[in-house]
Design a protein around this ligand. Structure first.
Ligand SMILES: Nc1ncnc2c1ncn2[C@@H]1O[C@H](COP(=O)(O)OP(=O)(O)OP(=O)(O)O)[C@@H](O)[C@H]1O
Ligand SMILES: O=P(O)(O)OC[C@H]1O[C@H](OP(=O)(O)OP(=O)(O)O)[C@H](O)[C@@H]1O
Ligand SMILES: [Mg+2]
Length: 298
């Protein structure tokens, strides 16, 4: 472990795997630039006092609890699993959902078999790498099943005779289909999240944490956002406003020497397709421009 620098923030991200690339990509979009250490386990923040630790995703909640890192990017499934398993011990908090790594923890059963509905799981064995999330769902559902803990290759448990059902992460469903399994019920919905240590940060670090959180939120809110610029007759403004998928009221500017015309600037949450633009044109809009928004700060 690299010794802690008192004034530098540390953020733990997955070294390799499903979240690795998107996590570092997001930090770069939040304006961080890094230099890698020789062992490639540590990225030194070159332009801000923020360093990145590259680790196994399962280690991230523990690093946050012990205070080795102030922040982490981890699947909500891992975060909540460890919180439930910790039974009331201090646990990392979710600061922000990040919109990638979307998946669900689901119970799946053999495609051909006697299990048809969730009540059929009573008294059976369910194999999973997420025993606390599964136990929590079973308790809330009033079901009693034996939880068989496996750390990998959970999908083959029914074929090995280790369990009658499994509870594992699903996104496309291809892994289940390849193993002749089908989804019965979703136990937990997940995505990557920004998480913080349960330890109170120093005042200086609290400022850095909030700064990074706001920058990440800004980078995310730019996703899919478009700035629409146009000129139009002033009388067409109500119809144009109705047509724009704006996040907020558009800004309306007057044009020098043309009192009957205006310039409109609107932040839109969805892309405007050609049909949208043609309709705006029919309403009298001219000089239409749709620009991608790279980042925003509220
Ligand atoms: N099929 C999927 N689609 C989208 N996101 C997923 C999928 N499977 C897992 N995830 C998310 O990505 C996280 C990391 O998954 P990955 O399979 O890379 O973990 P891992 O094998 O435990 O990696 P590590 O080596 O870091 O322990 C999961 O905890 C989950 O939040
Ligand atoms: O529904 P699908 O799109 O098929 O995705 C589901 C699979 O993805 C995850 O594993 P991953 O591929 O990350 O490999 P791992 O099991 O080695 O972690 C998960 O454990 C499933 O096996
Ligand atoms: Mg892991």
């Amino acid at each position: 472990m690299v010794s802690a620098a008192p004034d530098r923030l540390r953020i733990a991200v997955q070294k390799s795997g499903r979240l690795a690339e998107a996590s570092l990509g997001l930090l770069r979009r939040a304006g961080l630039a890094f230099r890698a250490s020789r062992d490639h386990l540590f990225l030194y923040g070159e332009n801000l006092p923020i360093d990145v630790l590259l680790v196994r995703d399962d280690d991230i909640p523990g690093l946050l609890v012990e205070g080795s890192c102030e922040l982490g990017i981890v699947g909500r499934n891992v975060l909540v699993e460890q919180r439930l398993a910790g039974a009331g011990a201090p646990a990392p908090q979710e600061l922000l959902p990040l919109g990638f790594g979307g998946c669900r923890l689901s119970i799946a059963i053999p495609q051909s078999g006697a299990i048809a509905q969730t009540s059929d799981l009573d008294g059976l064995r369910i194999a999973t790498s997420y025993p606390a999330l599964l136990a929590d769902w079973l308790a809330r559902s009033g079901l009693k099943a034996e939880v068989v803990v496996l750390n990998g290759s959970v999908e083959i448990a029914p074929r090995l005779g280790k369990a009658e059902a499994i509870c594992d992460l699903v996104s496309s469903g291809a892994t289940l289909a390849a193993n002749q399994l089908r989804e019965l019920v979703t136990v937990f919905d997940s995505q990557a999240v920004l998480a913080s240590s349960p330890r109170e940060p120093t005042a200086a670090k609290a400022v850095q944490i909030e700064r990074l959180r706001a920058r990440i939120a800004g980078a995310l809110s730019g996703d899919g956002a478009r700035l629409v610029l146009l000129q139009a007759p002033r009388a067409a403004l109500p119809d144009i406003t109705r047509l724009l998928p704006s996040r907020d009221l558009p800004s309306v500017l007057s044009l020098d020497g043309r009192p009957d015309d205006i310039a409109v600037q609107a932040l839109c949450s969805a892309a405007l397709d050609w049909q949208h633009l043609e309709e705006l044109k029919r309403l009298g809009a001219r000089s239409l421009m749709v620009l991608n928004v790279e980042r925003m700060l509220a």
